[in-house]
Ligand binder design. Sequence first.
Ligand code: NDP
Length: 258
Amino acid sequence: MQKLKGKIVFVSGASNGIGRSCAEALAAAGAKLILCARSFNKIEDLSKNLRDLYNTESLAIKLDVSNRGAVDKAIDNLPEEWKKIDILVNNAGCALGLEKLHEGSPEDWDNMIDTNVKGLLYLTRKIVPLMLKYQLNGHVVNVGSTAGIFAYPNGAVYCATKSAVHFISDGLRMDLVDTPIRVTNIQPGMTETNFSNVRFHGDEEKAKNVYAGITPLTPEDIAEIIVYAISAPPHVQICEVTVTPTQQATGGIVYKKK
Ligand code: NDP
């Protein structure tokens, strides 16, 4: 059965990793998709593949979520029928660098704060009013992180951005309590995607090492949880899901097999 038949889902950061797996799982569940990322070719190819595989209708939008003007324009320019967005998956995000705060790169900090916090706010500010206008049983799914609950050494700014996602999710849930709109914060632990490659600015050796000796989560594991949360009956709000590989207890406590 296609649990999400006809629902319109906006996925940010759909060109890779968790966002891409979400798009695939959502298409399989019958959703119509608006996919955004900065790498237009990747989302355009994904959009075509999903059309061939699942007969999904989808729009691919080149968008840098940290650019407020571009976010406003992208949403304002959607064709009228695509503005009835039932579900927003705020997934676009990044960790940049792994170093002591006092030795870190302010440029990396700006990038993380602008993407992980401000980008999520900009999209939410534009899309939630549409959910209200069209009286939809809307749903905002934010991709936070275990880093938003447990800080770890050399990751202070990334952890702070994900902690912000945690409290933005809680605050938004309060602001929307008198509406049918649900808010879910998904907090994954170590998930093998392009994330560590981005963090280490393309150093593949370092990136691979992060997952050595453990069985990490896959982006498909997270996508499955997101589809589950979205597909719950309208009176069921899954506020928060924290999920880690079995070998990860908290952010920094990881058992690595030698
Ligand atoms: P990836 O690097 O594989 O994917 C990140 C996605 O975000 C890409 O599609 C990228 O697309 C997009 N993106 C990044 N910056 C922007 C931007 N400014 N505007 C639009 N899109 C952007 O990493 P993950 O899939 O792992 O990350 C997805 C989310 O999951 C992030 O929020 C991350 O913090 C979170 N997370 C990841 C964990 C992990 O261990 N992997 C653990 C916990 C949370 P493009 O470059 O084309 O713009």
